[in-house]
Design a protein around this ligand. Sequence first.
Ligand code: ADP
Length: 303
Amino acid sequence: RIAAGIDIGGTKIAIGLIDEQGTVLAQSTLKTDLTLTPKEMLGKAANEVRRLADEQGIAHTSLKGVGVGAPGPLNTKKGVLTCPPNLKSWWGYPVVAELKEQLSLPVKMENDATAATLAEKWVGAAQDSEHFVFITISTGIGAGIYLHGKLITGNTGNTGDAGFMFVHPQGDVVQDEPSGYWEQIASGTAIARSASEIVGRQVSTKEVFELAAAGDPAMSKLTERVYTYIGMGCVSLINLLDPAKIVIGGGVSQVGEPLFSAVRAYVAKHALNPSGRETAIVPAQLQQNAGLIGAAALIQQPY
Ligand code: ADP
């Protein structure tokens, strides 16, 4: 049977129908319109589910269920988005109850990185692994933890908020917020911000890595620093969780080999290695559709 996936983000909402093999049969995207109420926005998403089902020649009521990936912090026990920074008007909104009401289908919600973790297990880079950590380095940094053949979700669904691991007690100071946590130094946003301060003009994250590859000394120094901090976070996760594999996705991971070889070298040097363990560090396989497939995986895969 077919499941629907809804991946809610601060800029867009992706909606898709996904079969039991993890194939996306149909999908569409809505711009997240913050002038609409969450109820109205979810109404539009529910309409898309019905429309896509129609297009497939099936009644939406024959769908197995709706999986939702959403930004944290959230509370999956209550089916509520608690306080995601990019969706302020959604704070406290009962997403799961509303979608159940609109579509009369079973609805499950997990945070987006957790859902993407299940997608990598299902049809991505971690199919062969019973113990792995997924890290997404994008606008922020998120992670998902899969151990002993099980997705770890925690008490409220916020397991893997790795962007808030402290890696530097006096890291880059941003306004009055506490500083030194991982995503404040190594996320795409942080990389562009640091580079722009150094160069004195707006520089995109992609451009930082291009300049470094072309030999720009200041940008090379910055990217080396970023790789070191990505490595540090990986070392902590490896020492804490003993995964067989770390899967890295998100926009920044598209830098590819320079990033992966630097992080592998850092980890080889610094991760505790009491039993000769070797943690493979590999790129994610599902860049574009990880969120959507992950959302549907919540319905299609046991976890
Ligand atoms: P989101 O955070 O919305 O899930 P992405 O996973 O695409 O989105 O991550 C966006 C971040 O990744 C931005 O900071 C962007 O500048 C950066 N990024 C996107 N493509 C690349 C690339 N090819 N190289 C380096 N950074 C990139």
